[in-house]
Design a protein around this ligand. Structure first.
Ligand code: C5P
Length: 221
């Protein structure tokens, strides 16, 4: 069976729109695999930071991305044998990820690795360009948005729940800068794919968003 015949649901949207949780929940409901493509950009960023590379060292970072020594084991992620699932969530790593993600060579180094996640019985993929670039033939595409203030508050709450410090106004301005970079870059900018359904999660619960995505999937003949 060709990879193209494996169904994919793509869920793209800005940071902290709820994509990660919705993706995991939809994948669980369908019994499908899950791809958190942002984790690959974050892993590349963390790897570059540990090698003391600056975000401008794009050639070196593209080489690192092409042979990223990463192993996914359930919720655990190992980079060069070290468990980094929490470390890649740091704001500093997210900011570096967003900067290097604007580079075409780094993006193309990660392309096939993302497509390799497409396995039976199906894949739910979350990111910025899942529906536009990585899986353009996906039968269902979702563009998940939310007001930037609602997203900053969610992120601050998540950090505090993990016992980490959270400065709401710093988070808000970082998020606005990241949104601007993600939507205005020339390489795979964050835009809704053609035929994508846009869901605004600002005033919806996770359950409501998950139910809406599953309803779109079930409505496909
Ligand atoms: O989704 P997450 O915040 O973990 O992604 C980290 C960064 O990686 C984003 O700010 C974005 O710039 C980049 N990214 C991307 N394309 C993807 C996934 C993430 O450019 N498919």
């Amino acid at each position: 069976m060709s990879a193209q015949s494996v169904p994919v649901i793509t869920i793209d949207g800005p940071t902290a729109s709820g994509k990660g949780t919705v993706t995991q929940r939809v994948a669980d409901a369908l019994g499908w695999h899950c791809l958190d493509s942002g984790a690959l950009y974050r892993l590349t960023a963390l790897h570059a930071l540990t090698k003391h590379l600056d975000a401008n060292a794009t050639d070196d970072i593209a080489q690192l991305a092409a042979s990223l020594p990463v192993v996914f084991q359930g919720a655990e992620i190992y980079l060069e044998g070290k468990e980094v699932s929490q470390a890649i969530r740091q704001e500093q790593v997210g900011n570096m990820a967003s900067q290097i993600a604007a580079n075409v060579a780094i993006r193309s180094a990660l392309l096939q690795r993302q497509r390799d996640f497409r396995r039976l019985p199906g894949l739910v993929a979350d990111g910025r360009d899942m529906g536009t670039v990585v899986f353009p033939d996906a039968p269902l595409k979702i563009f998940l948005v939310a007001d930037v203030h609602a997203r900053a508050e969610r992120r601050a709450k998540q950090l505090m729940e993990k016992g980490l410090s959270a400065n709401l106004s710093a988070i808000l301005s970082d998020m606005q800068a990241r949104d601007l970079r993600d939507t205005t870059r020339s390489a795979a900018p964050l835009v809704a794919a053609e035929h994508a359904y846009t869901i605004d999660s600002s005033a919806l619960t996770i359950d409501e968003v998950v139910d809406q995505v599953l309803a779109y999937w079930q409505a496909i003949p």
